[in-house]
Design a protein around this ligand. Structure first.
Ligand code: ADP
Length: 748
């Protein structure tokens, strides 16, 4: 021991005191000794000297060790107390120890004194340390405001508690002692044995963490987050439990409120009549509601996780990418865009998009999507109606102009002639003039009729037109003229034909060719080149000549007006040809352009839309021929090419291959889906019926625009009946396919 031990010695006999001092001097520790002889000195010394150990003789004249010990303990001091006496009885010694003396030593056996002092002081110090730690722990536990701490006995009855427990449980001090922990559970929990269960679990697992509603002293409820720990002594014997409780009612209520409002919004979103989706910062879809799935015709899991752009209609991809860019800048906006549904339909929508920002950082987009397909269709119809009305109006104006100028001139002349007729002598000459003017009048009326008929499209049929055939027919008409003028007509039909209104196409080419022949240059032999090619969604027909050309700087505006002519009357003509061409081109949904240089030549360019359909449509986009017989295929292909002029023709010996191609076309949308399929029934591997089964699984919009014509060697009634179960089967035709049968089909 390296510190100085303060020893208070109670002894009235000086020699005995001296003996003790001497003995202490031989001890292995340093000490400071205070000797007192009576009660008052003893009491003072306790206070002022504050000894580490007390040595006490038993019997003093007016004082004794029993009294001394009770003074010490009475003050709450735990200072070690060693009796140093002459011989005392065993019983007395035992009684002293019981009262709190730490040891006793006989005056004639003082050898043990120093070791007894060291033992006692060390034990005292260890005790004091333990008490200090315990006190610290107790203070800490009490200082915990939010954590109730309870110590429970083995049966779950409370033995100690901290002040937070009083607050949480609503008890005052000792009231809580001895209460069973079960008293704080709700009635239902108690009936269900929850308190016992929790204690058992803590005992079995060492620690258990139950949560739930618990009762305060006044019966009100709070939500407790609890840790119950089973306690054991140093020998592993179970002593009871420690229980720490935290009142998390507020948090739970907030969480419940949050859950409630989340639930409310979830319901609103799910039952909304608009499609709703969210995408993350990488534009991946993270949420969709039921309505959106319904609109897109997909299941939720087919949409979530995919980029939003994969559902955008291909024509609107650019709009979508630009919109995403604006979202990243935090710009919210409403716009129209179209999507592609699972079955391939175009879904027009009105989108309200808002950026989702977290501390100014783009985290994604929330979009409300409304289906406006019906409105869009109506709008488009109104628009095209408006366009048609505007066009009609324009023609009517021109018509009115033509009527006023061209009808009035001959009428005025006739009137003038008639007025002089009364008095004139030269009746025959006047009569002659009246006839001439009446013929003029008749011609104008005929022209008017031609133009009016050119605009009437009600009874026209779209049918296959082979450009080379039409050119040949017209060349025959001008045969004599061509050979006389040594004109050379060349052609290059990169696009061999198209479905269109044959009569109109013929008239367009006829007028352009006749002009090219008429307005040739005398300075060089005439060359005319007729060509066709595909440009975007149009077929471009060009008629180029090396004739006298037109001064477009002067005449461009009037090029296609009625009765406008630009080269005097040397070359006969009426000035209605180009107007007629323009009317006809526009009635087919196309447009006409002209390029020309004086004395170099002219080019007339006619753009006809590939997809034009008149009210009565005889033809279709492409044709598929499916027959395992090679010879039949070759023959039928020729007939179809010649008489239908389809935009494309594909020939298959295996129905399976045709199916694969059709599925691919429907999926990728890169190529045109056929409008007509000629199908043989008896084929190996996949026969006609099996083909129809799979074919009719394709999206509805493709099936709507495609007809299947069954081609068989012999037509049998059973098969006709069976074919009625397939909605795409249009007709039964017996092999071989001939020109008449094709024409029948077209006019069907
Ligand atoms: P027409 O030939 O009966 O006069 P069109 O309406 O066909 O009437 O043509 C109008 C005018 O355009 C012609 O009078 C002519 O001046 C000019 N024109 C038409 N085609 C050509 C051409 N290929 N080369 C030069 N001028 C042409």
């Amino acid at each position: 021991m390296d510190r100085i031990i303060k020893i208070l010695h109670l002894e009235d006999v000086p020699t005995d005191a001296e003996i003790v001092r001497k003995k202490l001097k031989t001890a292995a520790f340093q000490f400071e000794l205070k000797l007192v002889k009576g009660e008052d000195d003893f009491k003072n010394a306790l206070q002022e000297f504050s000894p580490d150990v007390i040595l006490s003789d038993h019997a003093l004249p007016e004082f004794n060790s029993i009294e001394a010990l009770s003074i010490v303990r009475g003050k709450g001091l735990k200072t070690p107390f060693i009796l140093v006496t002459g011989a005392v009885g065993e019983e007395f010694a035992a009684a002293m120890i019981k009262q709190g003396a730490d040891d006793y030593i006989l005056k004639d056996r003082l050898e043990r004194l120093s070791s007894a002092i060291i033992n006692c002081v060390e034990r005292y110090q260890a005790e004091a340390k333990r008490r200090e730690i315990e006190e610290g722990f107790r203070l800490t536990i009490n200082a915990l405001k939010d954590y109730a701490f309870l110590q429970l006995d083995k049966n779950g009855n409370i033995v100690s508690w901290n002040s937070a427990a009083e607050n949480i449980k609503g008890f005052q001090g000792d009231q809580i002692i001895g209460k069973s922990i079960a008293d704080f559970y709700t009635d239902t929990d108690r009936e269900n044995g929850v308190p016992e269960f929790n204690l058992k679990m803590a005992l079995a697992m060492g620690e258990f963490n139950p949560t739930g509603w618990r009762k305060r002293n006044d019966g009100t409820l709070y939500y407790a987050d609890t840790v119950i720990t089973a306690l054991h002594d140093d020998y592993g014997n179970f002593k009871g439990y420690a229980k720490i409780i935290r009142d998390i009612t507020e948090r739970i209520l907030v969480e419940e409120k949050l859950k409630e409002s989340e639930e409310k919004y979830r319901k609103i979103v799910q039952t909304a009549q608009e499609g709703i989706w969210t995408v993350d910062e990488n534009n991946i879809i993270t949420f969709v509601n039921d309505k959106l799935c319904e609109m897109f015709e997909y299941q939720k899991d087919e949409i979530i996780g995919k980029p939003s752009t994969s559902f955008i209609h291909k024509e609107d991809k650019q709009i979508a990418l630009q919109a995403i860019g604006r979202r990243k800048l935090g710009i919210n906006e409403n716009y129209e865009i179209s999507f592609r549904t699972k079955s391939g339909k175009r879904l027009w929508t009105y989108v309200s998009a808002s950026s989702l920002l977290d501390r100014n950082e783009y985290k994604g987009t929330l979009a409300m999507i409304t289906d406006i397909t019906a409105r869009k269709k109506a709008e488009q119809e109104t628009l095209s109606l408006l366009e048609r009305l505007q066009l009609k109006n324009k023609y009517l104006n021109q018509f009115a102009y033509m009527v006023s100028h061209n009808l009035r001139a001959p009428i005025a002349k006739i009137l003038g002639l008639a007025s002089i007729f009364k008095s004139a002598l030269d009746a025959e000459m006047i009569m002659q003039k009246i006839v001439e003017e009446t013929i003029n009048l008749d011609n104008v009326v005929r022209d008017i009729n031609t133009i009016i008929t050119a605009r009437d499209t009600t009874n026209e049929i779209t049918e296959p037109v082979v450009f080379a055939d039409e050119l040949k027919l017209i060349e025959q008409v001008f045969d004599q003229y061509i050979s006389e003028s040594n004109a050379v007509i060349t052609s290059d039909f990169q696009q061999p034909g198209m479905p269109t209104v044959k009569g109109r196409f013929y008239s367009i080419l006829y007028n352009l060719l006749s002009n090219a022949l008429k307005y040739r240059s005398k300075e060089r032999p005439l060359k005319i080149h007729v060509s066709t090619e595909e440009v975007d969604n149009f077929i471009l027909l060009t008629v180029r000549d090396n004739g006298i050309g037109i001064d477009l700087n002067k005449h461009r505006d009037k090029m296609f007006m009625l009765y406008k002519r630009f080269h005097g009357d040397e070359i006969p003509g009426k000035g209605i040809g180009l107007n007629l061409v323009k009317v006809q081109v526009e009635s087919l949904g196309g447009r006409i352009e002209v390029e020309s240089e004086i004395n170099q030549g002219s080019s007339f360019k006619v753009y006809l839309p590939k997809k034009y359909r008149s009210k009565i449509t005889a033809n279709m986009n492409g044709v598929f021929l499916i027959d395992d017989d090679k010879l039949c295929n070759a023959m039928h292909k020729n007939v179809v090419l010649k008489h239908m002029a389809p935009t494309k023709i594909e020939v298959y010996q295996h129905a399976g291959h045709a199916l694969e191609d059709l599925k691919r076309i429907a999926q990728t949308q890169q190529e045109e889906f056929p409008g007509l399929i000629f199908l043989d029934l008896n084929m190996p591997e996949v026969d006609g019926w099996q083909f129809l089964d799979s074919f009719e699984q394709l999206p509805e919009n493709y099936l709507e625009s495609c007809k299947v014509v069954i081609l068989t060697s012999s037509i049998n009634q059973n098969e006709i009946e069976k074919s009625k179960t397939f909605k795409t089967v249009h007709k039964f035709i017996s092999k071989p396919l001939t020109a008449e049968k094709v024409l029948d089909l077209i006019n069907d």
